[in-house]
Design a protein around this ligand. Structure first.
Ligand code: COA
Length: 328
């Protein structure tokens, strides 16, 4: 039997650290306000590296971890909402940077749920037998999307990239039964207005409309309500459909948007918060990159053992949400 498993992980965050106190010199905010509302203490902001540059470094780290050459990749998917260009795609840039010349490459846009949507897409290709080796990346430079004069949003986000090599293997070769087991995904365009970033070239020649800079805007409380309801619902549905008990799950890796959202999800699922690893204090919300960065940190810290059951779950603009169950 063929299984689809995560064979390696990697990540890359910029070196430059911007603390809450640094931000209080730019906008009317404080470390106390940001920490108590979100759990964020600092974030990384890129100076030199582009979205593709961060993504390529994360990809190289994932390939090393998987002991795989870039030429062996058949598919490169990048989930991003902050590409440098409308075209070429970040995925094509990454393909060129890492030398993955045999892979087809394209981007996917599902905001903070993007990594899961891309993982689901790669999973479908691998499961169908189209490809055996794929690279899935979540990469975002949110620092170029936010308005640095808007304290209600600029304090929340950070830059980074995370990647996973996905491989289809015969179960006997893999020596383990399952890999990726079940997915739940959802989208609700009727909620599109609560979290948006206007495209930066929305001018119109005929109407004499100049292109303008678009910035991220958000109704924070609506997003909060959506997340604390939808994420536990979606995880419960995932586990019920896969006939798996929540108590059997070693870790729930949630999109790192807000400490209080994660705390509320744990409470609604009646599970101890220790099962919900977090790194939001150090990186803020890195959008599509947050789940794979967290997964890579767990992998590298040795916290994951073969056979551990994991749930990854994300939510974000669209509105979009999703969760995946896998055995490590
Ligand atoms: N520093 C200080 N004060 C701030 C501030 C900041 N950075 N940002 C907003 N405020 C102020 C507001 O102006 C408001 O002041 P007022 O009462 O005088 O009008 C007050 O703080 C409360 O604002 P509010 O928006 O009601 O705060 P909140 O408790 O809802 O917290 C969020 C705001 C954004 C932290 C919270 O709504 C949230 O986390 N939502 C989810 C966002 C998210 O996860 N987005 C990404 C999804 S992928």
């Amino acid at each position: 039997m063929w299984i689809t498993k995560i064979a390696g992980t990697g990540s890359c965050v910029p070196e430059k650290i911007i603390t809450n106190n640094d931000l209080s010199e730019i906008v009317d905010t404080s470390d106390e306000w940001i920490r108590s509302r979100t759990g964020i203490g600092e974030r990384r902001i890129t100076e030199e590296l582009t979205t593709a540059g961060l993504a390529a470094k994360a990809a190289q780290n994932a390939l090393l971890d998987a002991d795989m050459k870039a030429e062996d990749l058949e598919l490169i998917l990048v989930a991003t909402s902050s590409p440098e260009h409308f075209f070429p795609s970040v995925a094509c840039e990454v393909q060129g940077m890492i030398g993955g010349k045999n892979a087809i490459a394209y981007d996917l846009s599902a905001a903070c749920s993007g990594f899961l949507f891309a993982l689901n897409t790669a999973y479908a290709f691998l499961k169908s037998g189209s490809y055996k080796n794929a690279l899935v990346i979540g990469a975002d430079v949110m620092s170029k999307m936010v308005n640095w004069k808007d304290r209600s949003t600029c304090v929340l986000f950070g830059d980074g990239a995370g990647a996973a090599v996905i491989r289809a293997e015969m179960a006997e070769d893999a020596g383990m039964p399952e890999g990726i087991r079940h997915f739940i995904m959802g989208s609700d365009g009727s909620g599109a207005g609560v979290l948006t970033c206007t495209a930066r070239s929305n001018g119109n020649f005929l109407l004499g409309k100049e292109s303008q800079m678009g910035y991220l805007s958000m109704n924070g409380q609506e997003v909060f309500k959506f997340a604390v309801k939808k994420v536990p619902e979606c995880i419960s549905q995932l586990l019920s459909e896969a006939d798996e008990k929540k108590e059997e799950i070693s870790y729930f890796l949630l999109h790192q948007a807000n400490y209080r959202i994660i705390e509320s999800v744990a409470k609604r699922l009646k599970l101890p918060l220790e099962r919900f690893p977090m790194n939001i204090e150090h990186y803020g919300n890195t959008s599509g990159a947050s789940i794979p960065i967290l997964l890579d940190e767990l992998n590298r810290s040795g916290l994951l053992s073969r056979g551990d059951k994991l749930v990854l779950s994300g939510f974000g603009a669209g509105l979009t949400w999703g969760a995946v169950l896998l055995t490590w």
